[in-house]
Structure formats: structure tokens, C-alpha cells
Write a protein that binds this ligand. Structure first.
Ligand SMILES: [Zn+2]
Length: 517
């Protein structure tokens, strides 16, 4: 049912994956979600339901909800304190045998993270493949001598051979710095920036490795972030060269929920989620086209940001104590700052950044000290571990929801053949989907406001003018897992193949169009 071209392309990627790094273990293929075949070309017309706007939602999966209850603020605190005890995790700090033995410096931190992933893997019958991505960063901006940078990651391979090529990834950076970005010996605790994000990767691995997903999850921790996103840059480039089909990256950087005594502005109920609108990899021509279509807020990274909102509503309290709501910020990152999600965006992958609601710059990138009665330093006492645990729950729930769901519909298109006040949509079926949902929202709205469910069809006609709203389509399986949303490509004929559409596969980054090794 998948378009023939896509199948060939995807098989090429699968081949690449298998030969590159992924040695696929033969597993029981997951049963298709829909046993009886239905007519894929059936046209289903919108039925007026009476409730025009009911918002976007996700039905919680009891297995995922149960796993989230295993996220532990106490264990996260222990992990964070352990990382702080390495003294400094500066990218150029000591990493020789002696330093590793003494438990000080980035080498010791990296070895400990690796041993943690291995321990987690032992607890799930070796379900994780623990790997490192190592390289020597030559002298460059903020790197004064050739420096070995090591990214540590664990792969939880999907259980469905066909879906396992689809990857969702969570990351944090384990390197740290103090007031002097080139100081490699003095304390750089980095309890919030970014031991907190490292904790999210490790804790997500702990709770999700007990579950099985058709798609693949990668738990990543990188170094070299403070010196210029070097670790993530290398990893993203490697992923692209190997043709890895990464469909979503969650970068956690400064998710400690800083709690300076007396700070009344912090809000432990909010985590910011930054996302780019138009993909970084879009050419000038593509950018112009997306803007003219009104698609400047509908790139794949932004769809990922919207997805976190829906996940939060399904799995986390949205009011009262312990609530956590992602606050979407429609820009790639904060002013004057960057993060590892940018490396993934620039490699063509959808990626977002989570950061606490309000940062305290006295408690980031500061040598611990007291100056004129003000305490400086990125210390554990300013980290709210209940907050980090909530951010970890949001990450784990998002990863699990995406890895459990079918792929987003392929080749989503919208007829612009003639002037009409109805909207005709079409898409290609994807494996595992038992139905599709058409979503729409006013052009001025940040989130999908309307959803109409369709069965296992590949066309739909809706009585709304495409001039007035933005449409999207997603896949749903029988258990209610939902894919990311894809906006349709305008086409003259619905029988055409859409091209240049911003999908989960942003601009040829994945899906076999990446350069082969
Ligand atoms: Zn950081």
C-alpha cells in the first residue's frame, strides 16, 4: 500500500542501516493493526458531528502511564550529584587513565555514564546496545588543543523489523564549564547545565527499556556542547551519513527548574519547548514557497513541539501540584544562546529544545563563589529534582508515544486544481495504521483545534475552505497511538506525487536521499 517509490527508497535505507551499525536481530513481526483489508481508495466525506472544535488529544496508553510512574526524582538526584562529583566535566579536562581512576574530569564522567547505560541494559536482558561516537576535535574556536570528544549512547532497537529504521532520540550534554570557558581544572559542577539533561536521557532509558516498541529509541549524551556544539554536530553528521531515519530529537538543556531562594518568577509547572519554524536545511526558494503557503509555522520540528503539548495533556497533571505544561516558543533557541538540537536541525532532522521556564544566569557557567553576598555557581542545591523528574516523564511519554505509533502518512497532498470551497486531501497509506486523522486550525492559531477521524482510507473531502485554515494529516493505530502531523502539499492532481512538502522527513535528510557512505 506504500507508494512503490517510497518502498524502494526505504529499503535502501534499511540496507544502509543494517550494513552500517544496526545489526538487526530477527524479531517477531508485530501483528498488523488492522486484520481485514479495506479499500484504501475509499473516499470518506466529512460528517458534521455537531461539535466543531474539540481540540487535539491523545488517549493515554496504560503501559506507558505505568512506566512513567517509575521515574524517580530521588534517583535523578543521585545521578545529578554523581555527575557533579566529577569536579569538572569540561570538554578539555583530564581524560587519561589516572584521571579516570581518580574520578575527576570528563573522562571519568563519560566512563560512568557508559557503565550506567550498561547497567540499565543488564536489567532488561541486554536490550540496549551501548555505543560511543568518538573523534578528535582539532584546534578551533574554544578548543585550544586537539581534543578527544566522546558521545555515549544506547540504542533500544525497535521490535518490528520494518519500523525499526524509524528512530526517536533524546539527548543532553554531559560536559560543563565555569566562568572561564577555557578553564579545565577548577570546579564546574554543571548540576543544571547540563547534568539535568543527562539525567533525563538516563532516566528515560531506565523506564522505557522495560517496554517494547516497534520503532527505535536512542538515548544520547554528548560532550563538547559548551565549546561549540561539537559532540552533537559530529553525531548528527554521522547519523545523516549513515542514512539514519531520525524522526524526532528531544534535547534537554537546563531542565533543572532553578530555585533561587526568593525567586518568585520561576514556574515549576512550565517547561519551554523551542522549535524552528522553517527547516534550517530549506533552500531560499523552499523558504519563500513555505512562507507564501502560510507554512512558516508548520515545519517538522514545530509539529514535534505541538506533539509534546498533546502528550503532556494525556500523561501529566495540567493543574495543581506536580503539573507540567510545555510552553511552545516559536523560535529555534534563546537570544545569544544555542544548543544541541540546532546540530540536528542543521543535519535536516526535526529537533526541539526543552529548557526550564526561567533561567538564573548566576547559576550557569559560573565559578562557584560568593561575591558581595550573591552566591554564584551551577550547584545541586539550586536544582528542583521533582521538576527534572517531571521533565523526564514528559520526554519518556513523548518518546514512547512516537515509538509506539505508526509512521506519519506519506505523500500528503491537497488538490488546488480549481477554485472551490471544499478541501480534498489524499495521502499514501503507511504500515500499522488503522486509520487517519485530518486536523485543522485557523491560520492564526498555534495548535490544532479540530480533528476528524477517518478509517483506513487515503482520501478525504472536508467542507472547509483551505484558504481559511491550515490542514494536517496523521496516522493512528488501533490502540490510539498517533503519529506526528504532516501538512499537505498543494497539487494540481491528487494522483500526483507530492514533492517539497515539509514532512517528518525534512527536505531529503532521511528516507534514502542522504548521501551513502
Ligand atoms: Zn547547556
Amino acid at each position: 500500500m506504500v507508494h512503490k517509490k517510497m518502498t524502494v527508497r526505504k529499503m535502501a535505507v534499511l540496507g544502509l542501516l543494517m550494513s552500517a551499525t544496526f545489526t538487526m536481530v530477527a524479531q517477531q513481526p508485530r501483528k498488523p493493526d488492522s486484520a481485514k483489508p479495506r479499500n484504501p481508495r475509499k473516499v470518506q466525506t466529512y460528517r458534521v458531528t455537531g461539535s466543531a472544535a474539540f481540540g487535539d488529544s491523545l488517549k493515554p496508553d496504560a503501559i506507558i502511564a505505568k512506566a512513567l510512574r517509575n521515574v524517580s526524582a530521588e534517583r535523578i538526584r543521585e545521578t545529578d550529584l554523581k555527575l557533579v562529583r566529577f569536579g569538572t566535566r569540561h570538554t578539555m579536562s583530564a581524560a587519561d587513565e589516572q584521571a579516570i581512576k581518580s574520578g575527576r574530569g570528563i573522562g571519568a564522567a563519560r566512563e560512568w555514564i557508559r557503565s550506567e547505560f550498561e547497567r540499565i541494559s543488564k536489567d532488561c536482558n541486554d536490550c540496549l546496545d551501548v555505543q560511543t561516537d568518538e573523534f578528535t576535535q582539532p584546534v578551533s574556536d574554544r578548543i585550544s588543543k586537539p581534543t578527544q570528544i566522546v558521545n555515549v549512547y544506547a540504542i533500544q532497537r525497535g521490535t518490528d523489523p520494518e519500523q525499526a529504521r524509524r528512530i526517536f532520540l533524546v539527548t543532553g550534554h554531559y560536559d560543563s564549564r565555569n566562568s572561564d570557558g577555557m578553564d579545565t581544572t577548577k570546579p564546574a559542577p554543571g548540576a543544571n547545565d547540563d547534568a539535568s539533561g543527562t539525567c533525563v536521557s538516563l532516566e528515560s532509558a531506565r523506564v522505557l527499556s522495560k517496554l517494547k516498541f516497534p520503532a527505535t529509541i536512542i538515548y544520547l549524551t554528548v560532550a563538547g556542547e559548551e565549546q561549540g556544539l561539537y559532540g552533537s554536530g559530529h553525531f548528527a553528521k554521522m547519523a545523516r551519513e549513515k542514512g539514519w531515519q531520525i524522526e524526532g530529537v528531544l534535547n534537554n538543556d537546563i531542565v533543572g527548574g532553578n530555585r533561587t531562594p526568593g525567586d518568585k518568577e520561576q514556574d515549576a509547572g512550565i517547561v519551554r519547548v523551542f522549535s524552528e519554524g522553517i527547516p534550517s536545511t530549506a533552500t531560499e526558494k523552499e523558504s519563500h514557497r513555505l512562507i507564501s503557503l502560510g507554512y512558516d509555522h508548520d515545519g517538522p520540528s514545530r509539529q514535534l513541539a505541538r506533539y509534546t503539548r498533546v502528550v503532556a495533556r494525556a500523561y501529566l497533571p495540567q493543574s495543581g501540584a506536580g503539573r507540567l505544561t510545555p510552553k511552545m516558543i516559536f523560535r529555534q533557541d534563546r537570544f545569544l544562546r544555542g544548543g544541541d538540537h540546532i546540530s540536528f536541525n542543521e543535519a535536516g532532522y526535526p529537533a526541539v529544545r526543552f529548557t526550564e521556564y526561567r533561567e538564573d544566569f548566576n547559576h550557569q557557567h559560573q565559578t562557584p563563589r560568593i561575591d558581595k553576598g550573591v552566591e554564584y555557581g551551577d550547584l545541586p542545591k539550586f536544582v528542583d529534582f521533582d521538576y527534572v523528574a517531571n521533565v523526564a516523564r514528559l520526554n519518556a511519554a513523548t518518546l514512547a508515544s512516537l515509538a509506539a505509533a505508526p509512521a506519519a502518512p506519506a505523500n500528503v497532498r491537497m488538490s488546488v486544481k480549481e477554485l472551490e470551497n471544499v478541501t480534498q486531501l489524499a495521502w499514501d497509506a503507511v504500515p500499522g495504521a488503522s486509520g487517519y486523522e485530518v486536523l485543522w486550525r485557523p491560520t492564526t492559531s498555534a495548535e490544532w483545534e479540530n480533528v476528524e477521524s477517518f478509517g483506513e482510507v487515503t482520501r478525504a473531502t472536508l467542507p472547509h475552505s483551505k484558504d481559511n485554515v491550515i490542514f494536517g494529516v496523521r496516522s493512528v493505530d488501533r490502540r490510539g497511538h498517533k503519529s506526528l502531523v504532516v501538512v499537505p502539499q498543494p497539487v494540481q492532481s491528487l494522483d500526483a506525487v507530492a514533492s517539497g512538502v515539509p514532512t517528518a522527513h525534512a527536505f531529503g535528510a532521511v528516507g534514502g536521499e542522504s548521501p551513502s557512505k
